[in-house]
Design a protein around this ligand. Structure first.
Ligand SMILES: [Zn+2]
Length: 168
């Protein structure tokens, strides 16, 4: 297992913690001098807060740890390609390198929809490494959404059965 995969395992662990509580499974960790100094997983539903993405929480923890808004000499590992908000936060924190798993064709701002981390109009660019353990990260998301669809289908069926019972 490569060094990057080792850290991505930690991000996947965070993603699993989100899945356990019914949140979309996305996790992130920030590494500084070979040590994790920030962790986060998606908590949008529990917090009813649009900004509670894994990356934001990991960045907040890392800034607190270093007593600095500049996360120089850090790497961020995220299970899914970051959105615009998180890419913006990574740029603002001056994180030099990102490693992520699966691409997000619907919201990804690193490669899929936008390429903000390599936009030379900004005063900071981020070194991008993608598809690190992309398969387990993607599978975790697929399983999560499959379970949701299955549950919704079952609920619909139950409602229909109840309505039919009422009619008879
Ligand atoms: Zn995000």
């Amino acid at each position: 297992m490569s060094e990057a995969e080792k850290w991505m395992q930690e991000a996947l662990h965070e993603a699993r913690m989100a899945a356990v509580i019914g949140e979309v499974p996305i996790g992130a960790v920030i590494v500084h001098n070979g040590e994790i100094i920030g962790r986060g997983h998606n908590l949008r539903e529990h917090g009813q807060d649009a900004t509670l993405h894994a990356e934001i929480m990991a960045i907040q923890e890392a800034c607190e740890y270093l007593h600095s808004w500049r996360l120089e000499d850090c790497q961020i590992y995220v299970t899914l390609e970051p959105c615009l908000m998180c890419s913006g936060a990574i740029l603002n924190a001056r994180i030099p390198a990102i490693y992520y798993g699966a691409r997000d064709p619907k919201a990804g701002a690193v490669r899929s929809l936008y390429q903000v981390m390599n936009d030379t109009r900004l005063n900071h660019q981020v070194e991008v490494h993608e598809r690190i353990l992309a398969r387990p990260a993607g599978e975790m998301l697929e399983n999560f959404f499959r379970a949701i669809r299955k549950r919704k289908k079952a609920e619909k069926k139950a409602r229909r059965a109840a309505a039919e019972k009422k009619l008879n």
